[in-house]
Design a protein around this ligand. Structure first.
Ligand SMILES: [Zn+2]
Length: 246
């Protein structure tokens, strides 16, 4: 059940039986020379839709742009300042709370969003407490790439070539969704460098093709389908417990 494909009477009827909503958030940023700019949003959306179907839960529209400051030296990347993202998240969470949604499961596709998401949860709770206390309101963040099952499957499929950006698991998920975009050419070096980074220019200097520690040429659309199914299974269990908890 997708919020943007419902009418308001359908949402009202849903709220009479459930206060649960799944909110996908991604990012619009470079993912190496062979990965799609929309990778993080595409992954989060596909997983959130799967979880929504499994649990018959409402799925909010995907927030497609996140905090991607460190990718801005690559064409096509878009970013929100952390303060803008915080304001956007707070307004979206308050809007959902206003209607009676009280269990918001955020499926996040991008590491750069995680800190601001946690800040937005605190900010929203504070505003709700200040205006009209909502002790029933709960938020929960799931970074899909950190799930135990995804970790296991990624290690099994890709060994030490997972890395931390433009990773074969996330690239495989997008290629399973859009097989016509698959580009498995081997990159040089095969496994990209790893290092700490600072500004956007520093990122590009250290990682000239945009990857960090990964070999996305190992990705296959069929891996993506397995990873997607594993993520949906695990997050659906998290969501089931979260939505039914007092
Ligand atoms: Zn990504």
């Amino acid at each position: 059940m997708r919020l943007h494909l419902c009418t308001w009477p359908q949402v009202e009827a849903y709220l009479a039986r459930s206060n649960a909503v799944v909110l996908p958030i991604g990012s619009t940023e470079q993912h190496g020379p062979t990965g799609l700019i929309g990778t993080d949003a595409l992954c989060a959306e596909a997983i959130a839709r799967g979880v929504g179907e499994r649990l018959e839960a409402m799925v909010a529209p995907t927030l497609p742009v996140g905090m991607a400051q460190h990718h801005m030296a690559f064409p096509g990347s878009m970013t929100l300042k952390p303060s803008t993202l915080l304001a956007l998240l707070e307004d979206c969470l308050l809007s959902l709370a206003r209607h009676g949604f009280a269990r918001v499961l955020v499926v996040n596709g991008h590491g750069g969003n995680a800190a601001t998401l946690s800040a937005a949860f605190a900010e929203t709770q504070m505003v709700l407490d200040g205006w009209s206390p909502r002790p029933d309101f709960r938020t929960r963040l799931v970074n899909w790439w950190e799930l135990a099952g995804i970790d296991r499957l990624s290690a099994e499929l890709y060994g030490d070539a997972v890395g931390s950006h433009a990773t074969p698991p996330e690239v495989a998920v997008t290629w399973s969704l859009f097989p016509e975009t698959a580009d498995a050419r081997v990159l040089k070096p095969r496994i990209a460098a790893r290092a700490p980074f600072h500004s956007a220019a520093d990122f590009r200097a250290r990682f000239p093709d945009g990857r960090i520690g990964s070999d996305p040429s190992l990705a296959k659309p069929e891996h993506g389908a397995r990873l997607l199914a594993a993520a949906v299974d695990e997050i659906a269990e998290i969501g089931r417990a979260f939505f039914s908890a007092p």
